[in-house]
Design a binder for this molecule. Structure first.
Ligand code: ADP
Ligand code: ASP
Ligand code: MG
Length: 446
């Protein structure tokens, strides 16, 4: 029988009741061998995630807490959450020595990555007890370089070696370590990465990603009420959607499993019988032409639009523009172009404070006839492998936006024809997502 790796998100480990569901899920199948827990998330909407409390505790060692608590008071909130979980589960387990060690290290200035990682670490200790499985610390296997960049191949070798010696285990999510032993975390939501890394390392047959929704939905449920579930999706489509804002899976978590061809199943801890979403290389079935898989987006981009007569004939024009960006240490999101126009789309927070200098440098290097800047742009991606070579899809999309009176500031269709991205004003973001969803949600089902 193949091995399954099961990652549980913050809401799935938020309290003892949720952890009992985790235990039932793991015990339901003998092949659910490796478990990757996140840190306890919110129990109710006004609650604070343990990870957020840990970041707060760490910064309170250096500067006053925005909510006015002292370091020890914040740490007590964290410690109490864990103690309550242990006692509500009825575990005969004294977590206090581990809590005292974490307290001393954060207070001693171990830094934000160490502090944040302890959410998963402490949760992992409890889950290992609860399931009676060995605790395996990812600090010994998941490797980052001195600049904090994740090293996938060295990690793969170490994970395969270390977990190859275990039949089952609990590996806390979200962190690894640098060569000097200092703890390093992935970006927020990074426990999904750990699950994917562990799945690749043990050669899993399936990576189960357990969360609080019954799979990937066609769009963000906070924008559209009860969107349809996507039964099957390809790695490439998911990469587009998660990069563009479908936060259900960390935007880089697809890479380790994709290399190994391991399918991912997104499942709901609160409704474990629901089928969820299957993510594979090819997708489950043939997709009807014109079918849209999902819609996702993000706010706060800046468009810099250049116009110059005969730009198209000028050799090296794009290179000069890109070299200015490189000098400013900026990566760009999109670069739609016309015959004599070229636009570059950047995340607004990346250019904040350096826009004037950037524009001056672009003027000098590229000598455009005009240069326009639009801030406060939201990008919305409509993604689907069924969209390739389907002119009707674009017509339907733009028709829907025109019908809703939405002004489109930018259009970019990737050469893969896997997606169409529109730029609209931030204020129109939600309306745009709803209009596109309404235009495509009634398309034929799989
Ligand atoms: P976890 O803590 O389990 O990792 P996350 O909060 O990271 O869970 O991701 C699940 C959440 O992602 C859902 O509760 C939902 O609000 C949000 N979400 C955003 N876009 C989508 C989407 N397209 N499909 C499903 N969930 C989405
Ligand atoms: N606990 C971390 C976070 O809140 C990682 C995760 O949940 O995936 O971002
Ligand atoms: Mg997540």
């Amino acid at each position: 029988m193949g091995i399954r790796v099961c990652k549980f998100g913050g809401s799935s480990v938020a309290d003892a009741d949720q952890l009992r569901k985790v235990r039932a899920i793991i015990e339901a199948r003998a092949d659910r061998c490796f478990v990757v827990p996140s840190a306890p998330g919110k129990r109710y909407s006004a609650d604070e995630k343990v990870t957020d409390l840990l970041y707060r505790a760490d910064s309170a060692t250096r500067s006053p807490d925005p909510k006015g608590l002292a370091f020890d008071q914040i740490f007590d909130l964290i410690a109490e959450r864990y103690r309550k979980i242990v006692s509500d589960l009825g575990l005969a387990y004294d977590l206090d020595p581990a809590l005292a060690d974490v307290h001393a290290k954060i207070r001693g200035g171990a830094g934000p990555d160490y502090a944040a990682s302890r959410g998963e670490y402490l949760c992992g200790l409890i889950v290992a007890r609860l399931l009676d499985r060995p605790f395996v610390d990812p600090a010994d296997m998941i490797v980052f370089d001195a600049k904090g960049r994740f090293l996938p191949e060295e990690t793969q070798t170490r994970v395969a070696d270390r977990l190859g010696r275990e039949k089952s285990g609990v590996v806390p999510g979200f962190y690894g370590a640098q060569a000097d032993g200092s703890i390093k975390t992935f970006s927020r939501g990074g426990s999904d990465m750990t699950g994917s890394i562990v799945a690749r390392g043990v050669g899993a047959e399936l990576y189960e990603n357990w969360t609080d929704v019954s799979g990937l939905l066609m769009t963000d449920p906070r924008i559209v009420e009860r969107p349809r579930t996507i039964p099957s999706i390809t790695y490439r489509e998911l990469r587009e959607l998660s990069y563009m804002g479908a936060t259900v899976l960390h935007e880089e978590a697809i890479f380790p499993v994709r290399i190994a061809g391991i399918p991912v199943q997104i499942l709901n801890t609160n409704a474990p019988e629901d089928p969820g979403t299957r993510i594979t290389a090819a997708g489950h079935d043939a997709v009807p032409a014109g079918r849209v898989t999902g819609i996702a987006g993000r706010k706060d981009f800046t468009i810099i639009a250049l116009e110059k007569t005969l730009m198209n004939a000028e050799i090296g024009y794009g290179r000069r523009l890109l070299s200015v960006l490189e000098r400013h240490g900026l990566s760009w999101e999109h670069m739609p172009s016309g015959i004599d126009t070229l636009s570059i789309i950047l995340k607004s927070d990346a250019v904040d404070g350096k826009l004037d200098q950037l524009l001056a440098d672009i003027r000098e290097a590229c000598q455009p006839d005009s240069i326009d800047v639009e801030k406060g742009i939201a990008l919305v991606a409509t993604v689907g492998r069924g969209m390739s070579h389907q002119p009707g899809t674009a017509a339907r999309l733009f028709g829907a936006l025109a019908g809703a009176g939405i002004n489109i500031r930018m259009i970019d269709q990737g050469s893969s024809e896997l997606n169409i991205i529109v730029g609209v004003e931030n204020a129109d973001f939600e309306r745009t997502v709803r209009a596109i969803y309404a235009a495509f949600a009634s398309a034929p089902r799989n």
